[in-house]
Write a protein that binds this ligand. Structure first.
Ligand SMILES: Nc1ncnc2c1ncn2[C@@H]1O[C@H](COP(=O)(O)OP(=O)(O)O)[C@@H](O)[C@H]1O
Ligand SMILES: O=C(O)[C@H](O)[C@@H](O)[C@H](O)[C@H](O)COP(=O)(O)O
Length: 163
């Protein structure tokens, strides 16, 4: 089973993805750990990534998902902001991915990002991520105003029904 938890920075992809990986006993992959150093430096300096910056990163992630699909499966936390990125991640929709998309108001996400400690992401990029984000018309979308355990329970229930 391959699960991707998507959403703009601050929606809790990493927290929800980690919790789901424990719940379903699957390996956890955080897309942040796959960024090349120049992408991290760019975001740290307050500049948004371009498609060109993201393409090699997404290609590596698609390869990792394909490998895990042949094994036990995995949970990936990844912004996956655009449909074209999700097409690439899913090897042109051939990987049977269960999509969990997290959404929240700009105000709520700003507050969560400013409270978060020691992360390379520059909160000023949130507006560009919200402008770039294209919601998928498949999978489930979960509003993250609820506490983490409730968001995870909603996601887990959807996954059980669609596995
Ligand atoms: N549902 C939630 N309720 C309250 N705080 C949350 C929730 N989800 C995540 N957080 C907190 O918000 C911050 C951002 O979460 P994180 O998982 O790092 O998001 P992302 O990976 O999407 O940027 C973290 O400090 C995390 O503990
Ligand atoms: O495609 C991108 O612009 C980045 O991948 C971005 O979407 C991601 O949000 C950052 O890596 C911050 O990481 P968090 O999402 O964990 O805050």
């Amino acid at each position: 089973m391959i699960i991707v938890v998507a959403g703009v920075s601050g929606t809790g992809e990493s927290s929800v993805g980690k919790a789901l990986s424990e719940h379903f006993n699957l390996p956890f992959l955080d897309a942040d750990d796959f960024h090349p150093a120049q992408n991290i430096a760019k975001m740290q300096s307050g500049s948004a990534l371009t498609d060109k910056d993201r393409w090699p990163w997404l290609t590596t992630l698609a390869e990792a998902l394909t490998k895990h699909h042949q094994e036990k499966g995995a949970v990936l936390a990844c912004s996956a902001l655009k449909e074209s990125y999700r097409a690439l991640l899913s090897a042109n929709y051939t990987l049977p991915i269960i999509w969990i998309t997290l959404t929240g108001s700009a105000r709520l996400l700003e507050a969560r990002l400013s409270a978060r400690q020691s992360h390379f992401f520059d909160g000023r990029l949130l507006q560009t991520q919200l402008a770039t984000f294209e919601a998928p018309n498949y999978g489930i979308q979960i509003d993250v105003a609820d506490p983490l355990d409730k968001v995870v329970a909603q996601a887990a229930s959807y996954i059980k029904q669609h596995a």
